[in-house]
Ligand binder design. Structure first.
Ligand code: ASP
Length: 308
């Protein structure tokens, strides 16, 4: 039997340890651990890594502490515009949605784009129409409301500033993601986010872009990123980890190190990523002070962490 495993993240950022009460820390960890357990149960039963990453990300989308699904940040119009993507490593199939409103689980919609449409990425009203067609669960605006996110938005509302969830001194982070290897040796990755607070012009970050925020290829690794989306897009960060393994023969750990610590900082790319290779090695790395993260391998031991 092959090694299998799953890793998740709930966003990277500068989290002053002093501001994180034990109760809050516990809430974040519980969210991460629930997601890991859900994904791990699927892998243990012989299910696919694709199903495992979707299930894990759904748990994180439903948890209001993370900036994805319920709890997504507010854009400049006071709305929640969400992005998500998913990719399967043995077929290189992928699906993604950008700028969707009112969809309870954007990662599930991304999966449907992959499974039931000829497209990879759909956006805005068109994606909403597709969600209707596929009868996915919709929620009213109130469902996505979170007082913390609202207060965060009030600080930038009416200005030209937009804010990475990370960069807020109040530190409730969040983009979420998962990567997994199943017992059949297949890899998959998924990412979901509400993007940046006060974003305008239908700004889209790295999370729904295959190769930037998410990538999976059975011959190398599966990756989900979190951080300053514009930099991750320019770095083609997720694909670059895979390419360094494929073309340069680097190990997963070394490839992640090069991207996170050598390349991204040159582009102001604060953030991090989670990665798993085809042997089940897991690397969770970041170039800022913390990243909500966790992992669980074939042994079923669930580990989560926030700081270095
Ligand atoms: N990467 C996301 C974006 O730029 C933000 C995040 O990771 O929190 O939309």
């Amino acid at each position: 039997m092959i090694n299998y495993g799953i890793a998740v993240h709930g966003g990277a950022g500068t989290i002053p340890r002093s501001d994180l009460t034990p109760a809050r820390e516990q809430a974040y960890r519980l969210g991460l651990e629930d997601a890991l357990k859900r994904g791990h149960a699927i892998l243990k039963e012989g299910g696919s890594s694709l199903d495992a990453v979707e299930a894990a990300v759904r748990v994180l989308e439903d948890c209001p502490h993370f900036n994805a699904g319920k709890g997504s940040v507010f854009n400049a119009d006071g709305q929640h515009e969400m992005d998500a993507s998913i990719m399967e490593g043995h077929t290189l199939r992928a699906g993604a949605v950008a700028g969707v409103n009112n969809v309870r689980n954007p990662v599930g919609l991304a999966r449907l784009v992959m499974d039931k449409s000829p497209h990879v990425l759909i956006s805005g009203m068109g994606a909403f129409e597709f969600a209707h067609q596929e009868k996915v669960l919709l929620e009213d605006d109130q469902y996505f409301f979170d007082q913390f996110r609202y207060d965060q938005w009030m600080k930038t509302k009416g200005t030209d500033q937009y804010q990475l969830d990370h960069s807020d001194g109040e530190h409730k982070f969040g983009t979420v993601g998962a990567v997994a290897l199943d017992q059949h040796g297949h890899l998959a990755g998924a990412t979901s986010t509400g993007g940046m607070t006060n974003k305008r012009f239908q700004r889209i970050g790295d999370s729904p872009l295959i190769g930037a925020g998410t990538y999976a290829n059975d011959s190398t690794c599966a990756i989900s990123c979190t951080g300053h989306g514009e930099s991750f897009i320019r770095a083609v960060a997720a694909y670059d980890v895979s390419a360094l393994m494929e073309y340069k023969g680097l190990s997963l750990q070394e490839a992640v190190r090069v991207v996170v610590h050598d390349k991204l900082p040159l582009l102001d790319g604060d953030g991090g990523l989670i990665a798993i290779d085809r042997n089940g090695n897991i690397v969770l790395d970041f170039n800022c002070s913390g990243m909500y993260r966790g992992q669980c391998g074939s042994d079923g031991v669930v580990k989560s962490a926030i700081f270095r």
